[in-house]
Structures are given as structure tokens and as C-alpha cells.
Ligand binder design. Structure first.
Ligand SMILES: [Zn+2]
Length: 378
């Protein structure tokens, strides 16, 4: 029996960067309530794992020791000018008490998940607290302090594993791209809103890797307003062929939910329908999958999308066990709150055409420039 594991710690959900910061760890608690409500977390082959802290030394598989020391100082409430140079103490990455502890523990969940998959017996792990794809070797950015993804993949590489990273968060996975830009042992694929309109301003299709890594970094930048249909067209035209030809031992999937049309920070227009379809394709691509929560700033939508992803990866159908019960728990301010699925919705007219033109241009570029390097026929 292969195990599906959820990395979960109630204590982690209590952290807050600052009260007005859009990144809210409490999202994971909302999801856990939905998993219970929809009967998705009581199967025999499911395990809930409270992450145990990883050896700090492992963080230097990606980060500099000096940077880790700065994080620890910030954790104690100390502040210095070097911190600003390392991106700490900004609006996006505030210095707050417990900051290092939070980042370390969240990253430990990702690391533990990776090791569970490596050791065998586990088929799927979801760490909703992981997915800090923007953090650099010696700096913080984009709400990210420790790059849990780069650390975990670096150790899997050390153990001889081939890893494919698929990033469907609305933002470009720049920190992970930088970490593995020159190697052919990690295939990095990121679909995101174009850097022309969204932070971090990178992730164009011409960034294809360098040295041995040439052709092993794939960026799929999409236009503002991209909907389920256009997103799926780009995803299905490129991702399965690349993964099938790379033959990874493990797929690490960043399943951020800020592509949703109700997300307040990004400008893509996906619904739960497109998101779920993408998750089910990823699920079919590898026998071992590590999924990471990453972005998602509409808290209730994010909780619902993660719930759908969990159900899909576990091969379960959600059933509302509380259907018909009036009152009681609160799942959000909107009507339909706590419902997992959105009604179908697509963009039409000129907007749609522009989105299609952009997606088709990127698909053609990748088929022309990257597919041949992997021996994939168009
Ligand atoms: Zn994001």
C-alpha cells in the first residue's frame, strides 16, 4: 500500500508576517477544515505528518551560512543594515519574531516530504506550507526567506535522483530557475503570468538554461486574462512531452493558487476547473510527487483549490458531509463559500485572441528551440 501524506502543523498556521501582509499561513488551517468537511482525510493509506526540524546544515546546500545567520538574528528581533542588503525588513519580507523558525519549519516539511518519497513506500506528499520559489542564495524576496524547493532538490540530486520541477504558481519561479540553471539533472518548468505585467519580471521563454543546463529550463509566460482553455492548451502542448522524455524519479510540483481569477495579486483568469485538470495531468506524469502550497492570496479560494488538488492526487471524490447543515462553521464571506468547484467560465472576444496569440507564440518557441534538445518530435 502506497501512502499519501499531508504535512501539517497547527502551530505553523498561527504564524503571521504582519497583520496586513497578504501571505497568510492560516490558509492551511482553512484547507484542513475543508478536508474534514469533504471526507478527504480518513483513508487508510493517508498519513498526517507534523514536520520535524531538519538539520540546519542542509540549508547550506543552497543558502550561504552568512545569510542563515542574518535570518536567525532577525528571528530574535535584532536588526542591522546587512539585513536590508539581503532583502530583509522590506514590506514584502518583514523582519518579525519567529521569522526564521517559521521558514525553517515550513522548509523542513518539504525536505521531509522529499525524503519520504526517496525512501519509498510513499506515492504523494503535500506540504501546504512549502513552495518558497523566490528566495535566493543570500537574499529574501517575494515573501520567501528560505528556498525549501532548492534545498530539497539539491539533496535529492546528491542522492542521484533526477528531479523535474513543475511550477504552476502565477509568479515565475525565479529562485528555483537560478538554483538549477546550469544543470541537466533538474528539469525546471514554470508557467506564469508574463514578467511584463507581474513580479518578479523574469521568466521569459528565451531563458532556457546555460552550459549543461541548456534546454533544461522552460518558461511559459502567459498574458493577463489567460483562462482555463488557453492555460490548458499551453500546458498540454508542452509539459507532458517534456516530462516523459526527461523521465524523472520524482516530480516536485509547486501548486500555488494565485492563477485563480479571484486572486487579488495576479491577473490570470483560471477557475477551479482548469486548475483541477492541470493537477490531474501532473498526477499522471510520475509515480512520485511532492506538491507544495506556495502562493494564493484569496484565502478561501486557495483552501478550496488545495482541497481539490489533494482529492485529485489521492484519487478521491469530495462529498460534503455537512451538506444541509445550516450555521456552524464559517468558510468565507462570499456566497458559495466552502464550495470547492467554480462554475465554468471563459474569456471571449479580443481579450481571448490576444491570450491565444501569446500562448501559441510561446508554445512554438519551445517546440522549435527546446524540444529538439530532448529529441522530442513536434
Ligand atoms: Zn505566486
Amino acid at each position: 500500500m502506497f501512502i499519501n501524506s499531508l504535512i501539517y502543523s497547527y502551530d505553523l498556521t498561527k504564524h503571521e508576517y504582519t497583520p496586513s501582509h497578504p501571505f497568510k499561513p492560516i490558509r492551511a488551517r482553512l484547507m484542513s477544515e475543508l478536508l474534514n468537511r469533504y471526507g478527504l482525510i480518513s483513508e487508510q493509506n493517508q498519513k498526517i505528518v507534523i514536520p520535524s526540524l531538519m538539520d540546519e546544515e542542509l540549508l547550506s546546500l543552497f543558502h550561504t551560512r552568512e545569510y542563515i545567520e542574518l535570518l536567525k538574528k532577525g528571528d530574535k528581533g535584532e536588526f542591522s543594515v546587512e539585513m536590508l542588503h539581503a532583502g530583509l525588513g522590506t514590506e514584502d519580507n518583514p523582519v518579525f519574531k519567529g521569522m526564521y523558525q517559521y521558514a525553517w519549519e515550513s522548509s523542513s516539511g518539504t525536505y521531509e516530504g522529499a525524503m519520504m518519497l526517496y525512501q519509498g513506500g510513499t506515492r504523494f506528499v503535500f506540504n501546504p506550507f512549502g513552495g518558497f520559489h523566490h528566495a535566493g542564495r543570500d537574499y529574501a524576496e517575494g515573501f520567501c526567506y528560505i528556498n525549501d524547493i532548492a534545498v530539497a532538490i539539491a539533496d535529492l540530486m546528491r542522492m542521484g535522483q533526477r528531479v523535474a520541477y513543475i511550477d504552476i504558481d502565477a509568479h515565475h519561479g525565479n529562485g528555483v530557475q537560478d538554483a538549477f540553471y546550469e544543470t541537466d539533472r533538474v528539469l525546471t518548468i514554470s508557467l506564469h503570468e508574463s514578467g511584463e505585467t507581474l513580479y518578479p519580471g523574469t521568466g521569459f521563454e528565451a531563458e532556457t538554461g546555460s552550459k549543461e543546463g541548456t534546454g533544461y529550463n522552460v518558461n511559459i509566460p502567459l498574458r493577463v486574462g489567460t483562462d482555463d482553455e488557453v492555460y490548458l492548451l499551453a500546458f498540454e502542448s508542452l509539459v507532458p512531452s517534456l516530462i516523459e522524455s526527461f523521465k524523472p524519479d520524482i516530480v516536485v510540483a509547486n501548486i500555488g493558487c494565485d492563477t485563480h481569477r479571484d486572486d487579488p495579486l495576479a491577473h490570470l483568469s483560471l477557475t477551479s476547473n482548469g486548475y483541477k485538470k492541470v493537477i490531474s495531468i501532473i498526477n499522471d506524469l510520475s509515480p512520485k510527487i511532492l506538491a507544495l502550497g506556495s502562493g494564493g492570496y484569496n484565502l478561501f479560494r486557495t483552501a478550496a483549490l488545495w482541497t481539490l488538488a489533494w482529492a485529485t492526487f489521492c484519487g478521491l471524490q469530495p462529498h460534503d458531509l455537512h451538506a444541509g447543515i445550516v450555521g456552524g462553521m464559517m468558510y468565507g464571506p462570499e456566497t458559495g463559500a466552502g464550495q470547492l468547484d467554480d462554475p465554468p467560465w471563459i474569456v471571449e472576444g479580443w481579450e481571448k485572441e490576444q491570450c491565444l496569440i501569446q500562448a501559441q507564440r510561446v508554445v512554438d518557441f519551445i517546440k522549435d528551440n527546446i524540444f529538439p534538445l530532448h529529441g522530442i518530435l513536434r
